[in-house]
Design a binder for this molecule. Structure first.
Ligand SMILES: Cc1ncc(CO)c(N)n1
Length: 227
């Protein structure tokens, strides 16, 4: 098979993504010792993150040049709003966080920066820009889920097993693969200047992914609290 755009991307992001696996939040999740309050912080921030992330798939459908692409984005939208966010709703119920509280979480600085960046790039750009903004998110969570699932006992952990099961599942792997396929199709025959631009978007979102783990680990919101 011909070399794909995502093979080039993999070479660029792999060193950065390996840092996710060393991050204390991700390590704690995989080895089962992550403090619950940090996980609860991630859960709430990630829920509001996913609301805006879902908008990107809707934008992808709107900007699609053909029905097949519209269908792909619509499947990704549905998968995020239902399959993925059900995981969050299940945890919230376990923690006694109401649906309303979950949904009304105030986005932290990092969450705001990350979603604003993606929405800005996607709104200003074309369909391939939309595909570039969503790629690192789905693919890197699948990468992390699959890696953590290899740790002995991780899938059976009382609290975090469900997280690892979801992100390493066939369903979520399909979702990540669809994002990769979409990116490859949309990158076909594009000149190098445009490919380099897409690569930068994917690299930046990968950096934001790292910042999101940091935000969760340090339970950050905004640097100065209202008095
Ligand atoms: C921050 C973040 N990135 C990626 C995913 C996977 O969709 C997620 N749930 N949250």
């Amino acid at each position: 098979m011909n070399s794909q755009f995502t093979d080039r991307i993999w070479k660029r992001v792999e060193p950065l993504w390996n840092n996710y696996l060393e991050h204390p939040f991700v390590k704690g999740l995989g080895e089962g010792w992550l403090e619950e309050e940090k996980f609860r912080h991630w859960l709430k921030q990630d829920y509001v993150y996913l609301i805006d992330y879902s908008r990107l798939f809707a934008l992808g459908s709107a900007k699609a040049h053909n029905l097949a692409t519209m269908n792909e984005f619509s499947k990704l939208l549905h998968g995020t709003l239902f399959m993925e966010m059900d995981l969050h709703r299940g945890y919230a119920e376990k923690f006694g966080i109401s649906r309303e509280d979950l949904e009304n979480t105030g986005a932290a600085a990092t969450t705001t920066a990350y979603t604003s960046y993606m929405l800005n790039v996607a709104q200003r750009g074309s369909i391939e820009h939309v595909a570039a903004t969503v790629l690192a998110c789905a693919w890197s969570y699948n990468f992390i889920g699959l890696k953590l699932s290899q740790i002995e006992g991780a899938l059976d952990h009382e609290l975090y097993g469900n997280w690892i099961q979801t992100y390493s599942s066939e369903e979520f792997t399909d979702l990540a693969e669809s994002c990769k396929q979409l990116m490859n199709t949309l990158a076909e025959d594009k000149p190098e200047r445009e490919l380099a631009e897409l690569e930068e978007i994917i690299y930046k979102t990968s950096m934001f992914e790292y910042m999101f783990w940091d935000m969760a680990e340090n339970m950050e919101t905004w640097p100065v609290k209202e008095s």
